[in-house]
Design a protein around this ligand. Structure first.
Ligand code: DC
Length: 227
């Protein structure tokens, strides 16, 4: 049996996860938020007082015991780290920066990519991240690269955090997005990059509904016709 895979990559705050969640619920596919996996790994290190940038040996040793689980109720995602619900904590700024730092480490990437590929081998998936179309699922049925201006992306993250009742500082969020754009696209292993066969979708100025409908249309045209 052929399982369908849709790869959605792009920089932080482009709307990948919000859009992927809505569309996977609509299509009955499994949504795999690979960023949440890097975030959970970073939180695991932070909680153990490990400096992600300098304590690499210690980090790789403790990551051997990590247990990350993604659960869904409809389109609401819960991220469990060793059984504890860390869904909200992993969205805070220190974890955002830490996730981008931990993501440069090849051993960490390999560990998470194995889990991601295994999920895609056994389910119809929408998987979002940075390297899904270029590395994790090079044979995905459809590849999209979502982007938007830095200000639009920072504004969305800012509103999203406020809506969740979290503390948010626009300037800090914008700076963190710029830091991650650079870090994610300049790293050696599987950098953030549009795959040659990915369709570019710029969501600058679009409402969430407009972006969802645009991408749903692309999926219907490219995937549903094949099934
Ligand atoms: O999508 P996100 O903002 O939750 O991702 C958090 C960080 O994880 C991001 O800055 C880079 C890293 N990441 C990655 O390197 N590869 C992925 N497939 C997903 C995320």
């Amino acid at each position: 049996m052929h399982y369908v895979s849709i790869a959605i990559d792009g920089p932080a705050g482009a709307g990948k996860s919000t859009i992927s969640k809505i569309l996977s619920a609509r299509l009955g596919y499994m949504y795999i938020d690979t960023g949440a996996m890097y975030r959970a790994a970073a939180l695991y290190a932070i909680e153990r007082g490990i400096n992600i940038k300098t304590d690499r040996d210690k980090l790789l040793k403790v990551l051997g015991d990590i247990d990350i689980d993604l659960h869904y109720k409809g389109s609401v995602q819960k991220v469990l780290l060793c059984g504890e619900d860390v869904s909200q904590r992993i969205r805070e700024n220190d974890v955002s920066i830490g996730s981008s730092d931990i993501a440069v480490i090849p051993e960490v990437r390999k560990m998470l990519v194995d889990i991601q590929r295994n999920l895609a081998n056994n389910n119809n998936v929408i998987m979002d991240g940075r390297d899904i179309g270029t590395h994790v699922l090079p044979n995905a049925d459809l590849k999209l690269f979502l982007t938007a201006s830095v200000d639009d992306r920072a504004e969305r993250r800012y509103k999203e955090m406020l809506e969740k009742g979290m503390k948010a500082d626009f300037k800090e969020i914008r700076a963190s997005i710029l830091y991650r754009d650079k870090n994610d696209s300049e790293r050696k292993t599987s950098p953030l990059k549009q795959a040659d066969d990915a369709l570019l979708v710029d969501t600058t100025g679009n409402t969430l509904e407009q972006s969802v409908e645009k991408i749903y249309g692309i999926i219907m045209k490219n995937i549903k016709a094949e099934e």
